[in-house]
Design a protein around this ligand. Structure first.
Ligand code: BJW
Ligand code: ZN
Length: 256
């Protein structure tokens, strides 16, 4: 299904759903200017080795390398704005009877577009905490000056225990925040429509959410310009970008 055609069935599912789950990934923020992870030429993992940057072992081995990379990412995100895709998802919540937004993104752009109670499966670039005692650590909300370039930077020391402050994201091999995961699983279990938007559906356990929804009879709709491993399970695959398709979808389902 190309982005020129929006099937009537989809509009009926949207209007009729008692509970919609929206699951988002890096593709939703791609048009804000934030690279995805796995896109062949532009994704982070085409230029950087995730095992050297996105694991607890990497941070233990070289805290400054990892902190510098994440400070560069955080300052990049602070300079980006939410786009039509983020805004359309926030607006969808005002039309839906019930909507749960689950995101794998760590950029905070859903919240800046007006979404509330976002379930952030992989944490947040904006909520670092202590590696040792796990107390939270407040960073300035503006981009550091001068802007980090990705070079190694010494992480701040925890005011309570002196250990390193670490990025507030979930790395490979780490458990997801338990309450956030439980709430996401429960929503996927209970919903009657799940929209999977801008994710490659490769990373576990987030990738299980559409399967849980499907198993319980919910419709699963995917929005992505490229095929993914979710294609065979989805009831509908809309090929196109999130910023292009989502506003059209909203206008078609709820014309003003
Ligand atoms: C557009 C678009 C546009 C482009 N509009 N779309 C072997 C088998 C199975 C599982 C495992 C395994 N080995 C290890 C595991 C577990 C592992 C895992 O799943 N690995 C897989 C890669 C195989 N998972 C974990 O470790 C998780 N924890 C866990 O499982 O705990 C239990 C456990 C403990 C101990 C041992 C084993 C298990 C934690 C996962 C944490 C993921 N962290 C990251 C980094 C976060 C910090 C940071 O930002 O740096 O999260 S990795 C990265 O991937 C990031 C993302 O949130 C996540 C998902 O990526 P996403 O969002 O899907 O992005 P892309 O780039 O993959 O896709 C973008 C999509 O957008 C593409 O499809 C494009 O086409 C599309 N797109 N432009 C719409 N404009
Ligand atoms: Zn501490």
């Amino acid at each position: 299904m190309t982005d020129h055609q929006l099937p009537g069935a989809l509009l009926a599912w949207l209007r009729g759903a008692a509970h919609i789950v929206v699951l988002t990934g890096a593709g939703v923020s791609q048009e804000s200017g934030i690279p995805t992870f796995r896109d062949t030429l532009s994704g982070f993992w085409s230029r950087f080795d995730p095992m050297q940057l996105a694991t607890p072992e990497a941070f233990d081995a070289d805290p400054s390398l990892v902190w510098g990379w994440y400070e560069w990412r955080r300052s990049q995100v602070l300079g980006c704005q939410p786009i039509a895709a983020h805004r359309a998802i926030a607006e969808l919540a005002s039309h839906a009877r019930k909507l749960t937004l689950v995101t794998q993104n760590v950029d905070g752009l859903h919240e800046r577009a007006g979404s509330r109670d976002v379930l952030c499966l992989h944490g947040s670039l904006h909520r670092p905490y202590c590696r040792g005692c796990r107390s939270t650590y407040a960073l300035p909300q503006e981009a550091p000056d001068p802007a980090p370039s990705g070079q190694p930077m010494r992480p701040p020391a925890c005011p309570s225990c002196g250990d390193h402050i670490r990025p507030g994201v979930v790395w490979f091999g780490e458990m997801l925040p338990a309450e956030t995961w439980a709430a996401s699983e429960e929503a996927a279990d209970a919903c009657d429509l799940l929209l999977s938007i801008g994710t490659s559906s490769l990373v576990y356990p987030a990738t299980a959410l559409p399967e849980i929804a499907h198993r319980n009879g919910a419709k699963v709709v995917q929005i992505n310009p490229e095929p993914t491993s979710l294609d065979p399970l989805a009831d509908l695959n809309l090929r196109g970008t999130a910023a292009r398709l989502l506003p059209r979808l909203l206008r078609a389902a709820w014309p003003s």
